[in-house]
Ligand binder design. Sequence first.
Ligand SMILES: NC(=O)c1ccc[n+]([C@@H]2O[C@H](COP(=O)([O-])OP(=O)(O)OC[C@H]3O[C@@H](n4cnc5c(N)ncnc54)[C@H](OP(=O)(O)O)[C@@H]3O)[C@@H](O)[C@H]2O)c1
Length: 241
Amino acid sequence: MTQPCIVITGITRRVGAWLAGHYLDKGWKVIGTHRRENHTLRELMARGLIAVKADLTEPGAGQATAEEIAQHTADVDVLVHNASLWFDDAACAADASKPLMMYRIHVQNPLELTEALNQHLPVLPQANGHASRMVVFLTDAHISRGDPDHIHYSASKAAVEGAIRSLALKYQPHTRINAIAPGLLMFHPHDSDEYRKQRLAERLLPFEPGPSVVGQTLDYLIDCPLINQAIIKLDSGHHAS
Ligand SMILES: NC(=O)c1ccc[n+]([C@@H]2O[C@H](COP(=O)([O-])OP(=O)(O)OC[C@H]3O[C@@H](n4cnc5c(N)ncnc54)[C@H](OP(=O)(O)O)[C@@H]3O)[C@@H](O)[C@H]2O)c1
């Protein structure tokens, strides 16, 4: 059996790092993009990760990243657009380049990387009608709930969710396009106890799930060949506010 290959953007920490480790454990070829170099990256590389350096806020980074990925593999089975920036609106008001950076990392470069990969490593329709590739975008459950402090961020994540149907039409029948839209997955170390309590109280299931729920969802999307154009919310259900 050939070794499946997954490409994950933004593997230096948290969800991206967890996913890279999960698919290395499963014996996949894992190609991960990174902007910075850190201890987590070096550990993953020691376990077999193929690292591709990319600043996904730079124009043309999607195209350049696809070209480099194509040097490391003949096939990509799964492409996960995970890399992200989370600037609030106050930061965007103080620095007008920040909304554009979020548009580039969440929308423009993922779309360009998806298209360039399709050109450099094309996938063919299969006789059984199954897709050979799946592209998954990490978006955000707050798109549908609203977030008055992260309007630029939400708009950029919503923009890429809005592209999912069109991409699935464009790349059918060889590629499936899906999204995972998490709510709170993990707190940051600097989050106060009060903030943690308040955020958990808003949830129907008041626990901090961590990154593994994204891996479980991605495994499900990989295993079930009929799921296409889906946006799977990972937010414990109804939100109180
Ligand atoms: N964690 C949550 O609770 C939550 C909730 C809703 C949605 N999500 C979504 O789930 C995904 C993973 O979340 P997370 O919390 O693990 O994200 P995160 O901690 O912010 O990590 C994002 C990754 O993006 C990379 N990145 C940042 N700027 C970059 C750039 N200019 N070029 C290339 N890579 C860059 C980071 O690499 P560097 O180390 O180089 O900065 C990092 O590896 C994201 O798409 C996020 O929007 C997460």
